[in-house]
Design a protein around this ligand. Structure first.
Ligand code: THU
Length: 144
């Protein structure tokens, strides 16, 4: 589990609120499983994401990636915190693809807020959710 990040309770509350708001925007005609995410970037801006399904199924985009990609497309380069809520009774569990995408953009003190519908959450580090992950620093060791 992560040490509590030095991020304002106010911002944390906005992030949680944002994840729940984004969940309502989920486009889920196939699974009916709604997921919402809110990403706090390196400029302290919040970006929302929901899952966006597709009739091909495979072209579906998860809420976590939607939020992260929105942040990056708006000019951010690091994500400090990501709040995620799903329709599951249990704490949100990002899929493997989203975990790998996170490795590309997480700040050194990144924290995932994995929420439950009752608003309780666990705080997890990148290493908690994808131990010994392959990330950008592994490639930077190669001589060019
Ligand atoms: N999904 C997410 O958006 N995030 C997760 O953490 C898990 C799964 C979506 C993908 C699909 O739209 C639906 O949930 C069922 O897998």
């Amino acid at each position: 589990m992560a040490m509590t990040q030095n991020i304002d309770d106010d911002i944390r509350e906005k992030l949680i609120e944002g994840a729940f708001r984004a969940q309502k925007r989920a486009y889920v005609p196939y699974s009916k499983f709604r997921v919402g995410a809110a990403a706090l970037d390196d400029r302290d801006e919040i970006h929302l994401g929901c899952n966006i399904e597709n009739s091909s199924y495979g072209a579906t985009n998860c809420a976590e990636r939607t939020a992260i990609f929105c942040a990056i497309a708006s000019g951010a380069r690091q994500i400090k915190m990501l709040a995620v809520i799903t329709d599951d009774d249990d704490f949100a569990r990002p899929c493997g693809i989203c975990r790998q995408v996170m490795t590309e953009f997480v700040s050194p003190d990144f924290v995932l807020l994995a929420l439950r519908p009752d608003r309780s959450y666990v705080e997890l580090t990148m290493e908690d959710i994808l131990p010994r992950y392959f990330g950008p620093t592994n490639l930077s060791k190669i001589d060019s």
